[in-house]
Design a protein around this ligand. Structure first.
Ligand code: AMP
Ligand code: MG
Length: 489
């Protein structure tokens, strides 16, 4: 491992609380593997500045770090251990192709994980090559930037370096290393790992560490583990509502891909809805629709029940008592989610007050959209613009009249409501057919023009002006019918 000394100029300020505060069970010190010919393809200047790194100081010695060929002072690369339920089956996993550099302390005093993804094999690789292909890393970069700009918690992408070596998937692709930034990489699966392969003390160490990082105000509370679980549930209920309000489908909501921080993470076969259909599945490996758009809140609840199980020994000395307490918590999730969902729908439709019949009003619109295969994003944006939604008919017009009466009943004008609606209903999302085209051009033709145009557009999703028209048009039917993203990431 080479340590570059150019720390102070670039702004590294790394700490290592994870390896200092957790037992060795939770990680393996892992050197990233050298790559042949690293070239910096993308760098997120805005994010860099936010976390205290200076983009003007980028040079080959810094690029080497984002390739895993060198490490900054203060780094002690390691891979995290975790387990998880993948499509319902419990498995030991761990970072099979990622290393953590450490935690950067930002100028605002926040602690964020810096992780390289695609940096070579680790003790957790289980026969995989430890590498990542360029296309999927570009997808992760674009989707995480889009979610962030939409106001949805997500890990962020800082850099993509191409490695100069091919990786072999369904096709041969250029290899790439993505650097990502997250509030932490603690997962439901990290707790499952501790419960399955460690002792009650290990679970307690992990829970206390997670509380220090994400819910420090609970650190001294006697009932902190119980309240911690409720916080995680709250963050996830809100995240699920956020996803559904924006038409996002994660695609692989295994427990190892669900964070304790409430951030969206691990974007493999993820996609956005075009026309509204709650049964939409995009992942080629999700044959039963387990992770379909409309199923995500149920899966979140299932995943959180797996988290709750790991906390049983921390909740009460009497196991039955502990289970009774946790079951009560789990029952609350559906209601919690529903209230976030209703709040968000009110915002999408320019309403401020909660009234009887809201739920029915919202469901009627969604039913109309589903039956008419109306575009999810554009329908809401049309209602926000005061333009006529595509496929509008008598039934929709009747609904619009009742909705506008509902706005006026709050003593506000429709125009006023629409101004608010345009701040929550995006004009631009990273539409699947455009993402595919952009990734294709980047990977096959070495041309990032469309990728950069799309990235710029999704970074200002609510703006609504100066957008190339093709970025807001729904895809042709030929595209939507068979669309899948593949997990060969
Ligand atoms: P993901 O689908 O990215 O959430 O990954 C699921 C698990 O597979 C994690 O433990 C990854 O580290 C591991 N994994 C995915 N791709 C590779 C690869 N190319 N080499 C080694 N491990 C991998
Ligand atoms: Mg994962």
């Amino acid at each position: 491992m080479t340590i570059t000394e150019r720390n102070s100029a670039f702004g590294w300020h790394l700490e290592q609380s994870y390896i200092k505060e957790l037992p060795e069970l939770f990680y393996r010190i892992t050197d990233a593997q050298q790559v042949q010919n690293p070239e910096l393809l993308l760098f997120n200047d805005t994010l860099a500045k936010e976390i205290g790194l200076d983009p003007d100081q980028l040079d080959a010695s810094i690029t080497a770090i984002f390739a895993g060929n060198a490490f900054p002072k203060g780094a002690l690369p390691f891979s995290q251990a975790y387990a998880g339920h993948q499509f319902g089956n419990f498995t030991m996993l761990g970072d099979g192709r990622a290393v953590m550099i450490g935690e950067q302390i930002t100028p605002a005093g926040k602690r964020v994980d810096l992780q390289l993804k695609g940096s070579g094999i680790t003790e957790f690789s289980r026969g995989g090559d430890g590498r990542a292909a360029l296309g999927p890393m570009l997808r992760e970069y674009l989707i995480s930037e889009a979610l962030h700009a939409l106001g949805i918690p997500a890990n962020r992408a800082l850099a993509i370096v191409t490695t100069g070596s091919p990786v072999y998937r369904q096709t041969i692709q250029p290899g790439a290393v993505l650097t990502r930034v997250a509030d932490s990489h603690l997962r439901v699966g990290t707790f499952q790992y501790a419960a399955q392969f460690g002792s009650d003390d290990d679970v307690r160490s992990l829970a206390d560490y997670a509380i220090r990082r994400h819910d420090p105000d609970l650190a001294e509370e006697p009932d902190r583990y119980h309240r911690f679980l409720k916080r995680v549930m709250d963050r996830q209920a809100k995240l699920m509502a956020d996803w559904l309000h924006i038409g996002f489908i994660h695609g692989v909501m295994n427990t190892d891909n669900m964070t304790i921080s409430g951030e969206s993470i691990d974007f493999g076969p993820c996609a956005f809805l075009d026309h509204y259909d709650p049964a939409t599945v995009f992942s080629s490996i999700d044959r039963e629709g387990r992770y379909a758009y409309g199923n995500q809140p149920y899966i979140a609840s299932w995943n959180l029940a797996r988290l709750a199980e790991t906390l049983i020994p921390l909740i009460h000395d009497d196991q039955d008592e502990a289970i009774a307490i946790l079951q009560e918590d789990m029952k609350a999730f559906a209601e919690l989610y529903q209230s976030y969902w209703l709040d968000g729908m009110r915002r999408k439709l320019g309403l401020k007050e909660s009234k009887d019949g809201d739920s029915t009003l919202f469901t009627e619109l969604l039913q109309w959209m589903e039956e008419n295969k109306a575009d999810f994003t554009n329908t809401f944006r049309s209602l926000s613009d005061g333009s006529v939604p595509d496929q509008a008919d008598g039934r929709l017009n009747d609904w619009i009249t009742r909705w506008q009466e509902r706005i006026k009943s709050e003593g506000r004008s429709v125009v006023e409501a629409q101004t608010m609606m345009r701040t929550v209903n995006p004009a631009v999302i990273p539409r699947n057919h455009l993402v595919e085209e952009a990734l294709d051009q980047a990977v096959q033709k070495d041309d990032l023009t469309l990728f950069h145009e799309l990235l710029a557009a999704v970074r200002q999703p609510y703006e609504g002006t100066g957008i190339p028209p093709r970025f807001t048009e729904p895809p042709s039917k030929r595209f939507t019918d068979g669309y899948q993203t593949f997990c060969g990431t």
